[in-house]
Design a protein around this ligand. Structure first.
Ligand code: ADP
Ligand code: MG
Length: 220
């Protein structure tokens, strides 16, 4: 479904940094993939390209056979909002808003009515085991609970692919296990999951692993 063909990304800050060297990679519907590698090896660069947060310097990126590299930012944004969900290390929840409001905000630009957003938000919070915390401010929640709210926000609009960048980076081992269990459940129910991590246990939970080293991807 997601096809990178000779995709590279470089940055030019006075000198050239090849953050991702030309990479050909196919991700199929329903896969659960971990991307590992040391800090600075290009993991976030690859994830941001796959999630259409960023554009390649060269190469083609096809989603379900459609070349995305020639699309406008608006078209790319529409596809991104419809079929992708994102989870980041730092949660990015709004303080002063309840858990359910945070989850609804993730669907603000989607096709659903206010009522549709509310019922999907409740459903998503139930899915992550936080139905009873729906009216709580994230500031009163533990790191593990906050990340589960962030996961609920990412999946409430029913995306096809969930991209996670170091989702357990701020969590202790008990909460890491909870988040991993949740990712596994979501994948089992059909969601494609792509997780960037430098935690060996998180990587080991994924059936397919990609290793990055200095912008080069190896399968293994
Ligand atoms: P990782 O997520 O594995 O730590 P990144 O993908 O963030 O690595 O970065 C890969 C390389 O690209 C690093 O050398 C980093 O410094 C560089 N890089 C990332 N983003 C930028 C940017 N916006 N401008 C310049 N260099 C960048
Ligand atoms: Mg990174």
């Amino acid at each position: 479904m997601l096809d990178l063909v000779d995709v590279s990304r470089s940055y030019d800050d006075g000198h050239l940094i090849e953050a991702l060297r030309p990479t050909t990679l196919a991700i199929n519907d329903g896969e659960y993939i971990a991307i590992t590698g040391p800090s600075g090896s290009g993991k976030s660069t690859l994830l941001n390209l796959l999630g259409m947060i960023d554009r390649p310097t060269s190469g083609l990126y096809r989603i379900s056979g459609i070349d995305t590299t020639s699309l406008t930012d608006t078209a790319r944004g529409a596809i991104r909002g419809q079929i992708f969900g994102f989870v980041f290390q730092a949660f990015h929840l709004l303080p002063g808003r309840s858990a359910v409001e945070n989850v609804e905000l993730g669907m603000l630009y989607g096709p659903h009515s206010r009522r549709g957003r509310r019922s999907r938000a409740y459903e998503a919070l139930e899915r992550v085991g936080l139905a009873d915390r729906r009216d709580s401010d994230p500031r009163t929640m533990s790191g593990g609970e906050r990340q589960r709210v962030a996961i609920a926000r990412a999946v409430a609009g029913r995306p096809r692919v969930l991209f996670c960048d170091e989702p357990t980076g701020n969590l202790d081992s008990a909460n890491t296990r909870k988040v991993l269990g949740l990712l596994q459940e979501l994948n089992a129910s059909g969601l494609t999951v792509v997780v960037v991590t430098h935690d060996a246990d998180v990587a080991a939970a994924a059936p397919r692993r990609l290793m990055l080293s200095d912008g080069t991807v190896t399968e293994g």
